[in-house]
Design a protein. Structure first.
Lengths: 122, 384
C-alpha cells in the first residue's frame, strides 16, 4: 500500500488539500498513476466560486480525460500556471510542484485522513 | 469473461507494468511512462510483448489458392519469406479484420489477426476452406510474439539471435527487407523473424515457441539496455502507430467499413486471376468491385491540431461558426492523441468528401468547444 502524506487530507475523487490559508489543492499519486502522462490541465479561474464535490476542471493525459473535483467550497485565489505550462509536473511531483490551485475555504466536503485514503485507494 | 494471460505475464508484473484488458487479454498498458516509452522507440528501441495477437497456420497444396479466395490480397503472387498486409472481408465488403500474412515455407503461410478478432477470423477462414486441399489451424497458444522496434533494433537483434543458413529460408539479415522474414537461432531454438511492425520505425517481430518466450524476452531486455531499449506497452504502441498513420481495428476499421473507406483500396486485388486467366471469386469481391467504382460517402483523413487539446475517438468533427463556436457536423474522430514526437495533437477521422482536401480548416467538438484542426496528409511522422 502506498504512503500518502499524513499532513494532507483527501477526497474520494483523489484530490488532496493541505491546511494552509489559503489551502492548496492537487491530485494524488494514485490518481496520477491511473491517469498516465498528463498533457493538459484546465483549472478554475482565479476568483471563481467553487463548490465541494463539483467539477471544477479537467486533467487530460495521453490516454484519457478526467474531471477535476473540488474537495472544498470557497473562492479560488491562485492557479499553478507553471503546471499549466508544464503538466508533466503533476506526474513528477503530485504532492509538490504539481499542485493545481489555492482556495479560500468556506466549507468542506467529505475529507479522508491519509490512512483512510490509503484504504480507499487500495 | 476471464482475461487470457501472455506467457510473459509474470515478467510484466515483475517489471511493475500497469496492466489493462485488451482484446480479451491482460496486457501491459505501460511500464513507467507512455511518453518515455514512445520516445525510446523513436530514439533508440522498445520491446513489446504482442503475444495477444492471433496466429493461424495455413498449410497444404492449395494454401495460396485458399488465401486468394478468403482474403482480399493476391497470395499466389507472394514470394516465399515475404509478408503482406491484407484484410478479410464479409460478403458485403465490410472488414472483419486486418492482418499480416507471412509466406514462411513451401505451401505454408502464417496469418496474424488482431487479438479481439482472432476467433472470428479463424471461424471465417475454416468456413472458407471448404473445398480446398488445405489445413487451417490456430497455433497462437504455442507461440509468443515479441517485437523490437526502433532505430537500434537491428543491433540489439544481432546481440541475441544468430543466423543459420539451414533454417533462414534463403535470406541473410543484412538483406532482410521491410515485410520480409527469415528463420534465426535463439541458442539452439529456431525463431521466425520478420521486418514488420506497427510503430513507423525499423524493427522486427519475432515468433518464438512459448516455452522459450521468457528467456528471449530477458535476453533482449538485457542486450538492449546499453542501446537505450525499454519495455513498452500498448499506450505507446497506440501513439506510435497513430503518428505513423496506421489504422487500428475497432477505431478506423470495423464491419461497417470497407478497405476503400479506410484508404486501403490498393490492397484489394480485384483483378487477381487463376492460372487459366479467370478471375478469382474471393469473398466480398462483388461488393468491393461496386464500391471501388462509387463515390465515397466518407473519407479517412489525418487531422493536425493547432491548439493544445487532443481529439479523442468518438468526438465530432465540425465546421467552425463565424463566432468560433461548434458548427455543422462533418465527420467523426476515430483515434486521437497528443503526438509526443510532433508536440501537437494528431487524429484520424472519417469526414465528408467535400471537406477532405489537405489544408481544410475544421474543428473538433471537445466537450462543447471548437478546437481547431487542419486536414493533413498521413503519415504524420516519417522516420528520417
Amino acid at each position: 500500500m502506498a504512503d500518502y502524506p499524513s499532513t494532507l487530507r483527501y477526497s474520494v475523487e483523489h484530490e488532496w488539500i493541505d491546511d494552509g490559508t489559503p489551502a492548496t489543492v492537487g491530485v494524488t499519486s494514485f490518481a496520477v498513476e491511473a491517469l498516465g502522462d498528463v498533457v493538459y490541465l484546465e483549472l478554475p479561474e482565479v476568483g471563481a466560486e467553487i463548490e465541494a464535490g463539483t467539477v471544477v476542471g479537467e486533467i487530460e493525459s495521453t490516454k484519457s480525460v478526467s474531471e477535476l473535483y473540488s474537495p472544498v467550497s470557497g473562492t479560488v485565489v491562485e492557479v499553478n500556471d507553471t503546471a499549466v505550462d508544464d503538466p508533466a509536473l503533476v506526474n513528477s511531483e503530485p504532492f509538490g510542484a504539481g499542485w493545481l490551485f489555492k482556495v479560500e475555504v468556506s466549507g468542506e466536503g467529505q475529507l479522508l485522513s491519509a490512512e483512510e485514503y490509503a484504504q480507499h485507494a487500495g | 469473461m476471464t482475461t487470457k494471460k501472455s506467457p510473459l505475464h509474470d515478467e510484466h508484473v515483475a517489471l511493475g507494468a500497469h496492466l489493462t484488458a485488451f482484446g480479451g487479454w491482460d496486457m501491459p498498458l505501460r511500464y513507467t511512462s507512455d511518453l518515455a516509452e514512445h520516445r525510446a522507440v523513436r530514439g533508440a528501441a522498445g520491446l513489446f510483448d504482442l503475444s495477444h495477437m492471433g496466429g493461424i497456420s495455413v498449410t497444404g497444396p492449395e494454401a495460396a489458392a485458399f488465401l486468394d479466395h478468403a482474403l482480399v490480397g493476391n497470395f499466389s503472387a507472394l514470394r516465399p519469406m515475404r509478408a503482406r498486409y491484407t484484410m478479410i472481408c464479409a460478403d458485403d465488403g465490410g472488414v472483419l479484420d486486418d492482418l499480416i500474412v507471412y509466406h514462411n515455407g513451401t505451401d505454408e503461410y502464417f496469418a496474424v489477426p488482431n487479438a479481439a478478432n482472432a476467433d472470428a477470423v479463424l471461424v471465417a477462414m475454416l468456413e472458407r476452406a471448404a473445398g480446398f486441399d488445405v489445413a487451417v489451424r490456430d497455433i497462437s497458444a504455442s507461440l509468443a510474439l515479441i517485437a523490437v522496434q526502433g532505430p537500434r533494433a537491428e543491433e540489439i537483434l544481432r546481440e541475441v539471435l544468430t543466423e543459420d543458413p539451414e533454417i533462414s529460408g534463403g535470406t541473410a539479415l543484412d538483406d532482410l527487407r521491410y515485410y520480409a522474414c527469415l528463420g534465426m537461432r535463439f541458442g539452439a531454438e529456431g525463431v521466425l523473424v520478420a521486418r514488420t511492425g506497427y510503430t513507423g520505425e525499423d524493427g522486427f517481430e519475432i515468433w518464438v515457441d512459448t516455452p522459450h518466450a521468457v528467456a528471449l524476452w530477458r535476453a533482449l531486455l538485457a542486450a538492449g539496455e546499453p542501446y537505450g531499449l525499454v519495455p513498452a506497452g500498448l499506450a505507446a504502441r497506440d501513439s506510435l502507430r497513430l503518428e505513423a498513420g496506421m489504422p487500428l481495428y475497432g477505431n478506423e476499421l470495423d464491419t461497417t467499413t470497407t478497405p476503400y473507406d479506410a484508404g486501403a483500396g490498393r490492397i484489394v486485388k480485384l483483378d487477381k486471376a487463376h492460372d487459366d486467366g479467370t478471375p478469382v471469386d474471393f469473398v466480398g469481391r462483388e461488393a468491393l468491385a461496386a464500391r471501388s467504382e462509387a463515390d465515397p460517402e466518407r473519407v479517412l483523413v489525418g487531422l493536425r491540431g493547432t491548439g493544445r487539446r487532443p481529439a479523442r475517438s468518438g468526438y465530432t468533427v465540425v465546421r467552425t461558426t463565424d463566432g468560433g463556436g461548434v458548427g455543422e457536423q462533418v465527420g467523426t474522430v476515430t483515434s486521437g492523441v497528443p503526438s509526443p514526437t510532433l508536440g501537437h495533437p494528431v487524429a484520424m477521422a472519417y469526414v465528408r468528401p467535400d471537406v477532405a482536401a489537405e489544408g481544410t480548416e475544421l474543428a473538433v467538438d471537445v466537450r462543447g468547444r471548437a478546437e481547431p484542426f487542419v486536414v493533413t496528409a498521413m503519415p504524420f511522422y516519417r522516420r528520417g
